[in-house]
Ligand binder design. Structure first.
Ligand SMILES: NC(=O)C1=CN([C@@H]2O[C@H](COP(=O)(O)OP(=O)(O)OC[C@H]3O[C@@H](n4cnc5c(N)ncnc54)[C@H](O)[C@@H]3O)[C@@H](O)[C@H]2O)C=CC1
Ligand SMILES: O=C(CO)COP(=O)(O)O
Length: 315
């Protein structure tokens, strides 16, 4: 569900294994167009659909399968799933990263809140849709509170090029995926402002310390944050021009405009996490600064000054 970059890439990778896969589009016009050209040229112009991939706008086409993968931006996920039937044996797998602004919930939290009787999981980790779509090797984390369902989903969604590790720590997997986007914006701003690779390495490392601090306070396992969904995705997103979060940061650092239509999960996540941290008294200086940068209430120069003049402490 969701024929953007990530949903399309996952559909292509899974369909290549020969199992029945349907890519659900929001409008019949989009479904017709994708089926005609057999490519999602708006998002992934280099990836041709395998013959076995079906495209549909009819919801019945995606109900009743081994899994329903929901790949829409987190702030829109509640609206997207509101049209789904509530009674289903099919587990729902959130394929998105972030924290909902209105509730402070992560992806499986939103699914469980909206549909309490459905088995839920999250698929997250270092992966650009463009890599997955053309079959480059990629490793992801599949997190599901129910170990048996998690193992079943891991087996169903692993392909020769998509290797899934599993965990029952949904809190850790979701926090890693959400917070690495915030740190990617910070790192992009550092590079965009011309502050250099040493400053970026410091931001990534102190960003990871902040992710671990938040994780400890909110019940994540530290080994999850050190895995693919946390450190792995942090490394990818903070160092690659392909990351939209990183690119937003670069634009902020340079003082350039950024296209508001591009999906950038870290902006809302920074604001949501900053609020949670205030309520729970967690020290989150980088997240707070990213929240202020994206709302335009501070400059990169003031942000760096404030980070560099914090009280000295043990590492
Ligand atoms: N693009 C990438 O490389 C990766 C993206 N992700 C995550 O996947 C999630 C989705 O991102 P992308 O696919 O890249 O975004 P995108 O901007 O490429 O596509 C988003 C899709 O969601 C659909 N959508 C939005 N609101 C909807 C609604 N109410 N109902 C139904 N559909 C709706 C849009 O029509 C669009 O097809 C994000 O959380 C992102 O962080 C994760 C890993 C890789
Ligand atoms: O989540 C991603 C890589 O794992 C994609 O990153 P962006 O959303 O920043 O493009």
């Amino acid at each position: 569900m969701g024929a953007g970059a990530f949903g399309t890439a996952l559909a292509i990778a899974l369909a290549k294994t020969g199992q029945p896969v349907t890519l659900w589009c929001r409008t019949s016009e989009q479904a017709r167009n994708l089926d005609k050209v057999r490519c999602n040229s708006a998002y992934l112009p280099d990836a041709v659909f395998p013959d076995s991939l079906k495209v549909a706008q009819d919801l019945s086409a995606i109900m009743g399968g081994k899994a329903l993968l929901i790949a829409v931006p987190l702030q829109h996920m509640r609206a997207a799933i509101s049209i789904l039937p509530q009674k289903t044996e099919t587990p729902w797998v959130a394929c998105c990263k972030g924290i909902e602004l209105s509730t402070g919930l992560g992806p499986t939290g939103v699914l469980n809140d909206a549909s309490p009787n459905v088995t839920t999981a999250i698929l997250t980790g270092p992966s650009f849709a463009a890599d997955i779509a053309i079959g480059r090797p990629t490793a992801l984390t599949l997190a599901c509170k129910d170990a048996t369902s998690g193992a079943r989903l891991q087996a169903a969604l692993t392909t020769p090029t998509l290797r899934l590790y599993r965990t029952t720590d949904t809190v850790g997997a979701e926090l890693g995926g959400a917070l690495k986007n915030v740190m990617a914006i910070a790192c992009g701003a550092v590079i965009g402002a011309g502050l250099g690779d040493s400053a970026r390495a410091a931001t990534m490392t102190r960003g990871f310390a902040e992710m671990q601090r938040i994780g400890r306070a909110l019940g994540a396992r530290t080994d999850t944050l050190a895995g693919l969904s946390g450190l792995g995705d942090l490394a990818l997103t903070c160092t690659s021009d392909l990351s939209r979060n990183y690119r937003l940061g670069v634009s902020l650092g340079r003082g350039d405009a950024f296209d508001p239509k591009i999906t950038v999960e870290g902006a809302a996540t920074a604001q949501a996490m900053s609020k949670i941290a205030r309520q729970k008294e967690i020290d989150t200086p980088i997240t707070n600064i990213v929240a202020r940068l994206v709302e335009g209430s501070t400059t990169v120069k003031d942000a760096i000054d404030s980070l560099m003049t914090r009280p000295l402490k043990e590492e």
